[in-house]
Design a protein around this ligand. Structure first.
Ligand SMILES: [Zn+2]
Length: 235
């Protein structure tokens, strides 16, 4: 297909415009999709941060429980010692000594539980900090993405009436080119596309070297066709 080279950009603009009209019916703007994904990530991280904080709260309660138990046992230890100072009955002394031993042994267990809990809460608090930092970063990214989406949606809503521009562009193009363009567009949805870096802008396939050479070697007024999808290629 031949077309005056200075009309090549006209054909490309027409194809791009008509393609974007087709897209807007079916799909959301990429910025809108990106913003929604960024916001979903914030939600996931907020849940994870909440779980991490809950683990710290649980461990803090555990430490308080151990400390309360320890206080009771130390009191029992003191009571046993005081009673032993006054008790003379051998049977009663034996009971008190036994109880004192049990209290001391339980206190030793509690001390090692407490040490373990302190180690664990240290790791859990670090975890909360890591989650908090990740959440802040994700929130910042989500705000940026939301602003970009709002701007893109507004620009999209305020775009000039495309049908007017499409009609203007069609006026400029010869009938035979328009007929061929429309025929191909019915087949693959695009009709004409740019050709950059060996890649067809319609099917986005990198063409084989022989096809690339033929396309690059075609006369300037020529509109070569993509060997894969058939789109008219504008170099
Ligand atoms: Zn193609």
């Amino acid at each position: 297909m031949k077309l005056d080279p200075h009309l090549h950009p006209v054909l490309l603009e027409l194809a791009t415009l008509e393609r974007s009209q087709g897209v807007e019916v079916a799909a959301e703007l990429p910025e809108t999709i990106a913003a929604r994904e960024a916001e979903a990530k914030v939600l996931r991280l907020r849940n994870a941060a909440g779980s991490a904080q809950m683990a710290v709260d649980d461990m803090e309660n555990e430490i308080l429980r151990i400390q309360a138990d320890e206080r009771k046992l130390r009191q029992r230890e003191r009571d046993d010692k005081a009673q032993l100072g006054a008790e003379v009955d051998p049977e009663r002394r034996k009971d008190l000594e036994h109880d004192l031993y049990a209290a001391k042994s339980r206190i030793a267990d509690l001390m090692s539980e407490l040490q373990e809990a302190h180690n664990e809460i240290h790791a859990l608090r670090n975890n909360v900090e890591v989650h908090g930092a990740q959440l802040s970063e994700a929130q910042r990214q989500a705000e940026v993405a939301r602003r970009a989406a709002d701007a893109a949606e507004e620009a999209h809503a305020n775009r000039p009436e495309t049908t007017v521009r499409v009609a203007q562009l069609r006026e400029l193009l010869p009938t035979d080119v328009l007929e061929e363009y429309d025929r191909i567009r019915l087949e693959n949805g695009v009709g004409a596309a740019s050709f950059n870096n060996r890649v067809c802008g319609s099917c986005h396939i990198q063409l084989p070297p022989a096809a690339v050479n033929a396309i690059r070697g075609a006369a300037p007024a020529q509109l070569p066709e993509c060997t894969d999808c058939g789109a008219l290629l504008v170099r």
